[in-house]
Design a protein around this ligand. Structure first.
Ligand SMILES: NC(=O)C1=CN([C@@H]2O[C@H](COP(=O)(O)OP(=O)(O)OC[C@H]3O[C@@H](n4cnc5c(N)ncnc54)[C@H](O)[C@@H]3O)[C@@H](O)[C@H]2O)[C@@H](O)CC1
Ligand SMILES: Nc1ncnc2c1ncn2[C@@H]1O[C@H](COP(=O)(O)OP(=O)(O)O)[C@@H](O)[C@H]1O
Ligand SMILES: [K+]
Length: 507
């Protein structure tokens, strides 16, 4: 598990460290770490370091200072560095002096900068860091556009410039060029910031450089689970267990129109935990045919006892669906509400009141989220800030909210937030949400609290897609939701293996 801190919190943590270290020491530590990453990238991508060409795009603040110092360290190692000063009057004085002492080339005219970035082996984005507001400003869009058009990789210093460091929001491109950097890699300092987990596609792999802020950092507002955390939490049977003691999950899903949702959710539940899966609904025949181990009935009232319900996929939003949801919310056990159950909660205040009385996990995609919160005063909007929107919805509704997307955001009613940044986008396929429902429902039945169940389910779901799409490190190929489902056992094996081989300490 690791934490993510806001730029304001990082700034607060920096103050005492800045006060007790020599002037500029923190920046030099950061820049030295950035130069190490740059040299590794040059070695991997350009076959070496000495004589390779690096352009540093230098903005007005300390982020630009990091870039100038990194350029100085690279010059010292024989790299041919060109610094492009985007705000020549405000370039960090000490960084500029350091770079000048190595006779690096310094450019201020964008017309001279374009050919330089086009010929570079690597471009360092030191345009703006944690103080960024809004998209890139001229002339940066032109230079970033020329870099991308030439296929030159960009290493983002601290954050990919133009992307909101707090929310990961990316402004629209303009006629001048991209409004934000898309980095091949990012190197960050002191603490990871929200952008690193909310806009993974803009950051690329993120390297972390420790500059000694650790003891000064407060409780992180966002945490990210790692494989070992998920593996350690995954329920497995012990010698004293039988099929009932591990928690029986009930799946209430599917309809005449959507029997597949029931099959995907029930099968995922079978694969996620040991024990027993019950199914109740009109797709009982289809579920039995695909998963003979499921105990299936036509109605929730006949389903028998369960320790949690997963309700909603393919259920329908009419009276029958509402009656099913009402029944499972009345059972007094934890409930996972997905898909049509989310829409029903948005439409019926009495169901929302019921949901708040039991441990409930609601798993909307963006459209369902809008319906879920439509009746609230001042409905939260994920468009500017997905973490804030999920947190506010969870608090207002008294349920745990898992907001789907490339970065899955999980918010508990008490304010805790987890983010799971997906390693790929293969999950953007019909029915994959039904698979997530089955996994999360099974974990609730096994006794995980909704917040943990949601985080662990999102992790294994995304891992199952990545493994099913192909060998890690190779390009991969699309996979349907039934193959995501089939990848659940391998995904669980990898997280359990990670738990056995790491203590998880210090992360
Ligand atoms: N305080 C320190 O000693 C340390 C700071 N560090 C670096 O300092 C950075 C933060 O530095 P600053 O607070 O000086 O601010 P930045 O360097 O992030 O931004 C500087 C200025 O750029 C302008 N700006 C804002 N949005 C912009 C946009 N979209 N396009 C172009 N310009 C824009 C603003 O005038 C802003 O004040 C971190 O991201 C990190 O890279 C690191 O060196 C670690 C140590
Ligand atoms: N671009 C993406 N990258 C990674 N994961 C994604 C992406 N788009 C969707 N997902 C994930 O795929 C699943 C889709 O769920 P959902 O929208 O409910 O689909 P369905 O209703 O077809 O089952 C969610 O877990 C979501 O987080
Ligand atoms: K940057």
């Amino acid at each position: 598990m690791y934490g993510v801190w806001t730029p304001e919190q990082v700034g607060t943590a920096e103050e005492p460290v800045l006060a007790r270290t020599p002037e500029g020491a923190l920046m030099r530590r950061a820049a030295y770490g950035a130069a190490q990453v740059a040299m590794r990238m040059l070695t991997e991508r350009a076959g070496g370091v000495t004589g390779r060409r690096v352009v540093v795009l230098v903005g007005a603040g300390n982020n630009g200072g990091d870039g100038l110092w990194a350029g100085a360290y690279l010059s010292r190692r024989g790299v041919r560095v060109t610094a492009v000063l985007l705000s020549p009057d405000r370039a960090h004085p000490a960084g500029l002096e350091a770079l000048r002492s190595w006779s690096a080339r310094i450019v201020t005219d964008p017309d001279d900068a374009v050919p330089a970035v086009e010929r570079a082996h690597l471009v360092l984005d030191a345009i703006v860091g944690t103080s960024a507001r809004g998209g890139l400003r001229a002339p940066a869009p032109r230079l970033v556009g020329a870099t991308e058009a030439a296929g030159v990789p960009i290493l983002a210093i601290d954050t990919p410039s133009g992307v909101d460091p707090r929310t990961g929001t990316v402004p629209e491109a303009t006629d001048d060029g991209p409004a934000a950097v898309t980095a091949a890699e990012t190197v960050t300092f002191g603490a990871r910031k929200p952008v690193h987990v909310l806009a993974r596609d803009r950051c690329g792999p993120v390297s972390f450089v420790d500059i000694g802020l650790g003891p000064e950092l407060s409780e992180p507002p966002i945490t990210v689970l790692e494989a070992a955390d998920v593996g350690a939490a995954w329920p497995v049977p012990g010698p004293g267990d039988d099929k009932y003691t591990q928690g029986v999950v009930g799946v209430a899903a599917g309809s005449a129109t959507y029997p597949g949702a029931a099959v995907l959710a029930s099968g995922a539940a079978c694969l996620a935990t040991s024990g027993m899966v019950r199914y109740a609904g009109s797709a009982a025949d289809e579920v039995r045919a695909a998963w003979p181990e499921v105990v299936a009935t036509d109605h929730v009232a006949d389903a028998g006892r369960v320790q949690a319900w997963a309700v909603g996929p393919g259920l329908g939003t009419g009276d029958d669906g509402a009656a099913t949801l009402r029944h499972v919310l009345d059972a007094g056990v934890p409930v996972l509400a997905d898909a049509d159950a989310v829409t029903l909660l948005g439409a019926h205040a009495d169901l929302r009141t019921q949901a708040a009385r039991v441990p409930t996990l609601v798993t909307p995609h963006a459209g369902e989220f809008a319906r879920l919160v439509a009746d609230l005063d001042d409905p939260p909007d994920p468009a500017p800030d997905r973490v804030d929107a999920a947190r506010r919805a969870a608090a207002a509704l008294g349920v745990t909210v898992l907001l789907k997307g490339n970065a899955t955001v999980v918010a508990a009613p008490d304010g805790r937030v987890l983010v799971h940044p997906a390693g790929s986008s293969w999950l953007a396929t019909a029915g994959s949400g039904d698979v997530l429902s089955g996994i999360a429902g099974a974990l609730l039945a096994a006794g995980l609290e909704p917040f943990r169940a949601a985080g662990a389910a999102a992790f294994v779901h995304a891992r199952a897609a990545d493994l099913g799409a192909g060998t890690p490190g190779t390009p991969g190929a699309p996979l349907p939701a039934s193959h995501v489902q089939a990848g659940i056992p391998d995904a669980i094996r990898t997280v359990r293996a990670a738990a056995l081989t790491t203590t998880g300490a210090g992360r």
